[in-house]
Design a binder for this molecule. Structure first.
Ligand code: C5P
Length: 219
């Protein structure tokens, strides 16, 4: 499942995995954890070579389960990776080709293990259908208007105790879309065979029903 932020992707992907009894992987959390390590090392996120050095020495741990916590070595960083500093820097870190190579290979290993052990996995990100898993049984690309996405994002932020205005969130959503869609390696875009689902006027249950129908269609 791919798409920009604020489309309801995470909520829907987790609910879908639960309904299917499948494993689940949030690849955005992996890019965020590496970004946190970069910031803690005092490295400029725009310095690709230095970012890569940090990524190579980062002990990133995440399980392919709904509700899995993200760890850097033994430290649980699940909450910290959602903070504004990481959100601001993550697009630069995720644009470094060799950082992507490392994470994609880890993601592929986790996906094939989950397929073998659990029978299937729901994976969410920006390049899952195009790069990470081009042979996925179902590829979904979620979209929504920028306005709807900013409103959802700021609701999530206030629920998590981070007060940010809708306008500031809209600016951030548009900034990240621009960066994620224009990067040279694995830009955000739908795979040719992805089903696009516009969530602007759908609630979570509406999106979930649509996805379950798509899964059923494919047997
Ligand atoms: O999904 P989330 O908003 O947590 O992702 C954070 C960032 O990680 C995205 O804005 C994007 O820069 C990067 N990302 C990526 N490829 C993925 C998942 C996330 O480049 N598969």
């Amino acid at each position: 499942m791919d798409g920009p932020s604020g489309t309801g992707k995470s909520t829907v992907a987790k609910r879908l995995a639960e309904r299917l009894g499948a494993a689940y992987l949030d690849t955005g959390a992996m890019y965020r954890a590496v970004t946190l390590a970069v910031l803690r090392a005092g490295v400029d996120p725009a310095d690709g070579a230095a970012v890569l050095r940090v990524a190579e020495s980062t002990d990133l741990r995440i399980d392919a389960e709904v509700g899995a916590h993200v760890h850097l070595a033994d430290e649980d960083v699940s909450a910290e990776i959602r903070g504004p500093e990481v959100t601001l820097a993550v697009s630069a870190v995720s644009a470094v080709p060799k950082v992507r190579e490392r994470l994609v290979s880890l993601q592929r290993r986790m996906i094939s293990e989950a397929r073998a052990v659990r029978g299937g996995i729901v994976v969410e990100g920006r390049d899952i259908g195009t790069v990470v898993s081009p042979d996925a049984a179902l590829k979904v690309y979620l979209t929504a208007s920028a306005d709807a996405r900013a409103k959802r994002r700021s609701k999530q932020d206030s629920a998590a105790g981070r007060a940010v205005s809708v306008d500031a969130t809209l600016a951030d959503v548009e900034r990240r879309d621009r960066l994620d869609s224009s990067r040279a390696v694995s830009p955000l875009r739908p795979a040719a065979d992805a089903v696009e689902v516009d969530t602007t006027d759908l609630d979570i249950d509406g999106v979930l029903d649509r996805l379950i129908a798509l899964v059923d269609e494919r047997g």
